[in-house]
Design a protein around this ligand. Sequence first.
Ligand code: PLP
Length: 399
Amino acid sequence: MIWYPYTQMKGMKSPYKITGAEGVCLYTNGRKLIDSVSSWWSAIHGYNHPEMNEAIISQVRRFSHIMLGGLTHDPAERLAEKLGTILPGGLNHCFFSDSGSVAVEVALKMALQYFVNRGETQRTMTLSLEHSYHGDTFRAMEAGDDEDYHFILKACGKNTSIIHIPTNIADLDGAFRDYGGRLNCMIVEPLLQCAGGMRIYGLDFLRRARELCDKYGVLLVFDEVATGFGRTGNRFAADLVQPDILILGKALTGGYIGHAVTVANGRVFAGFYDDDQNHAFMHGPTFMGNALACTAALKSIEIFERDNYLARVKRIEEISRDYLGDFTARGVREVRIIGGCVCIECGNPEVTRGFQDFAYDRGVFSRPFLKYIYTMPPYVISEGDLVSILRVMKGWFQR
Ligand SMILES: *Cc1c(COP(=O)(O)O)cnc(C)c1O
C-alpha cells in the first residue's frame, strides 16, 4: 500500500485516481479537472507537453542515468552551462541533487564548510525566517519554522544554532548585531514564503539582508525552489537582489522528474578550491545530474524563454487581481496575490473544510492546507480556465 504524505492514514478521504493528464487538466473517474496546484507548483507547462515528452524520450534512447562520480555527460554539462548564463551575479557553480530538500541540505552544509575551510569555526549559526519552509529533511526542517509540518522536532528540543526572525528590518538588524560574527549564512525564501502560508514581504528587507551579510561577511542563501522560474512574476528573485547561493527545484524540470540544484557564486566556490584535499565538498547524491532530469530542465528553460512565460505570469496576475483583488467576505482574512500565486487566507482552518469537494464538483482540483485556499496554476493556463478556478475560490464564500 501507499503511505500518503501529510495525511493521517486512518480515515483518510480516498485520493482521486488520475488516469490521464493533458494540458492543465487531470482526468479522473470519467471527469476532467483543471489543476489549480500544478503538482506542487512544478508543472508550469501543464501535462503531456509534446516537446518535453520528445526531449526526454530521445534522451532515454541514449541513456537515462550515469553517475557524476568520475564521469560526466552532455545533459549535465549543458544544463550547468545554461544555468550559468541565465543566472545573475556570478552564480555559475552548479551542484545537482534529487530534490529541493536535499538541495537545501547541500546549501547549509556548503555555507558551514565554507567558513570551516577558512578556519572560522565559530560560524556555526544559521539565520532564518519565521513561517519559512525549506523541506522535510532534518536540517531543512530545523531551518524551517512551521509547527504544522515540523512539530516532531520538539521531541529533540530546539536547535539553538538556528535563529528565526520575522520579516521586519528592526529584527533583522538586531539579529546581525547579536549574532553576526557567529552566522555562516542567512537562508530565505525570497519575496514569497510558500508552504508557510503564501506570505509576501518586501524587496527592502532582502536589500537590507544583502547589506548586512556583506557587512558581517555572512553568506546569503535564496531558497527559490518554489519562487524560481517566474512564480513571483520575476524570473528569479535573485535578479533583484543577488544571493551567494541559490537553490532551484520544483519547476526546474517543468514538473517532469524530481531534481534540484544548489548554485554557488565564485566566492563560495573559491572557498573549496584548494590544494588541501580536506577542503573538498564531500557530498554526492546517487542521482545527481540525472540525464533525463537535466534534459527535461534544458527543454523546460528553452520553452520558458522562447514562449515568454514572464508575460504569461503577468497576465495571470492581472486577471487574478481583477477578479479577486479587492475580495472580502465572511471567513476571509486576507487575499494575497503575487505573480502566479493567489491565496485566500481564511479566518481559521474550519473555513476551508469541504472546499476540495466543492471545487471537484465544479471541475477544479484544489488542495487547500491549514487555513489557506490558493492556486498556483500552470503558466500555460487559458484565461477561461483561470477564471474557472478563481470563480470556484470566490464561490466558496458566496454559498
Ligand atoms: C518544496 C520546497 C522545498 C522542498 O523541495 P522537495 O523537492 O519537496 O524536497 C524546499 N524549499 C521550498 C521553498 C519549497 O517550496
